[in-house]
Design a protein around this ligand. Structure first.
Ligand code: ADP
Ligand code: ZN
Ligand code: ZN
Length: 710
């Protein structure tokens, strides 16, 4: 730990003390800000390079030294090494956002602040940086011109509300209702009103940014638009970041990390597909980019628009209209766009009761017939299965051996393409054995199925079917395995758009956002698993996934009319009457949400309660739980502020309890009061640090505030 101390150095003759945020590990226990000596006063937000132990690191001047500190013995302080004065100081709003995120998500300020900057900034000295800084003026954005497509009445009214009211807004619009067009117009209007204003538009996944980028650059010109996401190289990210920070970029498109972009003139934040779990960061500071966007918008005076066809129940509840019993209603304003534009009506939902199908059926006869028919007509189908690989487990029919991962409490998945058994948790892989490793029997077989197997079975089931031009059927799979190579996903999607693919098999990757024009059938072959999950959000997730998937069909009404077809969404299920499928059948999100919210209310679950998890990783499950138990006891013994309003549940193992030889346990905290939960967590931090030193077997612990998976 000694390299974390700003050790006393030679005595510089300086007059100022500056307090600097540097990247310190989350649990180092080092003071949030380190003090350094500076020859001249430095504005808060200035980027500097400072000595830290034997290294020299990037830091951010956070604030002036507290009153009276100037009289303190400045002699003990090391001087700042360099000032990156080519970059304007990060403004107070940005610093407040970072400070809030660190506090709320229980991490150190330095960690969050430095992680919010582009990685390459850490490695560049002032001269190298100066070379990259060229600052052309921000391009003007023209006000709306008349040759734009005419907005529908629903779009027009949503736009008018967003421009006239403070928000925040929940834009609840069906898939294909033209939400993106509303974002574009609002951005255009706000940027034209103020020649310096900036907009931030976020999407959940990198693979959706290219499409969005095309639409925005087509409208605003390439000079005005930059992207920020993890698929970019470090130099690209730095360039985008600098353009946003300097005000040269008027529009930033990005994934969750973009919520921390420095945007001094921010006027509008759009969070598209706001329900998507990818907005929650799953390591380090486990922030929700959607929630931070709302905080940032309020703090910086920017409008915030959340958009979705299947909003999170949190946002749905927060946007409830006032009623006589609830005259205040929610904090957000709900804007509805139920009609699809230029698209056919939403897919007709067909449920196949798998209870009436022969055991082991993968594709029921009516679904198969429907797929064959679509191929023969030259239409495209999507087949969805949320499990990649060929089969989730291999087993021995003689002795019962299963392909368990030696390092995790999980099976290794059989991948036929490269004949490996792979663990999806720790990545351990090995060749598929020819005979049972336990008893030597050659009778080893697969159990269950994944996307690889579906692709193979479909190709053989559809082998005899011809496309209208007489060519053979083409089945393609898209999942994390087929898209590992850079550009692979884009080229596979291009194939679908070009129409060479008849049936696309894949995981949830194919269900989101894509504007496929010729898809007329979508099928979920085995969605039931989520119905019986212990996670209370599973039904919400499943409904969103199926509704999004259904929205991929029939996006081009003209095409459907020319084909004389209707689009369909097929669901194979053993529980056709389940509330999720009933709501899907009528595409009635509102009814589904009302039913789910009633259940959540009765059970005292979010959005009617606030949660946090404390997780512990250790060599043994006992050690992990012992730490949590001791921490729980300490919180209760110390009667920490807020504790009387927070339920601390006993520690339990995680669903996948062991990963890569590490045992994992967690403890749930729940409170009807967000403030009480926050008070408790803040007061608890020092106790958790102290407790950690008592538990030698503990590897790490972390806090997840507003966790998405329990
Ligand atoms: P969403 O984001 O709600 O799924 P989009 O904004 O992508 O919907 O719109 C779906 C399709 O409809 C796009 O191809 C878009 O260009 C088109 N579209 C949107 N608004 C209009 C409009 N007012 N008139 C004609 N076409 C529109
Ligand atoms: Zn065996
Ligand atoms: Zn493993």
């Amino acid at each position: 730990m000694n390299d974390l101390d700003a050790l006393p150095g030679p005595v510089p003759t300086t007059d100022c003390i500056v307090r600097v945020a540097v990247h310190t590990p989350a649990h180092s226990g080092v003071d949030e800000l380190l003090s350094y000596a500076s020859a001249q006063p430095l504005a808060p937000g200035t980027l500097v390079r400072v000595p830290l132990g034997r290294r020299e690191v990037l830091g951010i001047v956070w604030d002036e030294a507290p009153e009276g500190a100037g009289a303190a013995p400045a002699v003990a302080l090391k001087p700042i090494t360099a000032v990156l004065d080519g970059i304007a100081p990060l403004d107070a709003s940005w610093r407040r956002l970072v400070a809030f995120a660190a506090r709320y998500y229980q991490r150190s300020l330095g960690e969050v602040a430095l992680a919010a900057l582009p990685p390459q900034l850490r490695d560049l000295g002032p001269e190298q940086l100066a070379r990259r800084l060229r600052r052309p003026a921000a391009p003007p954005v023209a006000p709306e011109t008349t040759d734009l497509i005419a907005l529908s009445a629903e779009q027009e009214s949503a736009k008018a509300e967003i421009l006239a009211k403070p928000g925040p807004f929940l834009l609840f619009g069906s898939t294909g209702s033209g939400k993106t067009e509303v974002y574009l117009r609002c951005v255009q209007e706000l940027l034209a009103q103020n020649g310096a204003a900036q907009a931030l538009v976020m999407v959940p996944e990198i693979n959706l940014t290219p499409q969005l980028e095309e639409r925005f650059t087509a409208r605003f010109g390439a000079a005005a638009v930059v992207s920020l996401h993890s698929g970019m190289t470090h130099p690209q990210r730095l360039k985008s970041w600098l353009a946003a920070h300097s005000g040269q970029a008027r529009i930033v498109l990005g994934t969750r990390m973009a919520v921390f972009a420095s945007l001094p003139q921010l006027a509008l934040i759009v969070v598209d597909e706001e329900h998507d779990p990818s907005y929650k960061q799953q390591e380090g500071a486990r922030y929700s980019a959607r929630d931070l966007a709302l905080w940032r918008g309020r703090e910086q005076g920017a409008r915030v628009v959340l958009g979705s066809a299947t909003p999170s129940l949190e946002s749905w509840h927060a946007s409830r209209p006032p009623t006589p019993e609830d005259p205040a209603g929610g904090r957000y304003q709900r804007l509805c766009m139920p009609s699809r534009i230029g698209a056919a009506p939403l897919a007709r939902v067909r449920r196949v009761d798998m209870g009436h199908q022969p055991r082991g059926t993968v594709f029921s006869a009516p679904l198969l017939a429907a797929l064959q028919e679509r191929v023969a007509r030259g239409e495209q189908s999507l087949v969805l299965l949320n499990r990649r690989g060929y089969a989730p487990v291999l087993h021995c029919q003689d002795c019962g051996w299963k392909s368990d991962c030696p390092h995790c409490s999980a099976h290794q998945v059989f991948h036929k393409t490269d004949r490996t058994l792979r663990c999806h948790h720790c990545g351990a892989a090995q060749r598929v054995p020819r005979a049972c490793p336990a008893c030597g029997s050659p009778d080893i077989a697969t159990l269950g199925r994944g996307t690889e197997q579906l692709e193979e079975q479909l190709a053989s089931l559809l082998a005899g079917v011809q496309r209208p031009d007489g060519t053979p059927v083409c089945v393609v799979r898209i999942d994390a395995d087929t898209t590992r190579a850079k550009g692979a996903l884009q080229s596979q999607l291009a194939q679908v758009h070009a129409g060479t693919v008849d049936v696309l098999v894949g995981t949830q990757m194919i269900a989101k956002g894509h504007d496929f024009r010729r898809v007329t059938l979508v099928a979920a072959v085995q969605p039931d698993g989520a119905l019986f999950s212990s996670d209370f959000r599973a039904p919400e997730r499943l409904f969103a996934l199926l509704e999004q998937a259904a929205g991929r069909a029939g996006r081009d009404a003209a095409y459907l009319a020319a084909q004389g077809t209707q689009c369909e969404m097929w669901v194979q299920t053993a529980h056709p009457q389940h509330a999720v499928y009933e709501a899907l059948r009528t595409h009635d999100y509102a009814a589904f949400a009302a039913q789910q919210l009633r259940e959540r209310h009765e059970a005292g679950l979010p959005p009617f309660a606030y949660q946090a998890l404390v997780r512990a990783d250790a060599r043994t499950q006992e050690a992990a739980q012992a730490f949590l138990q001791a921490a729980r006891q300490a919180a209760q013994d110390a009667a920490l502020p807020g504790v009387e309003q927070v339920t601390l549940y006993p520690p339990v193992p995680l669903a996948v309890q062991r990963v890569a030889q590490v045992e994992r346990a967690q403890m749930l905290l729940e409170s009807p009061s967000r403030a009480a939960l926050q008070r408790l967590l803040a007061a608890w931090q020092p106790l958790l640090h102290a407790e950690r030193r008592q538990h030698k077997g503990l590897i790490r612990w972390l806090v997840d505030v507003d966790p998405l998976a329990i």
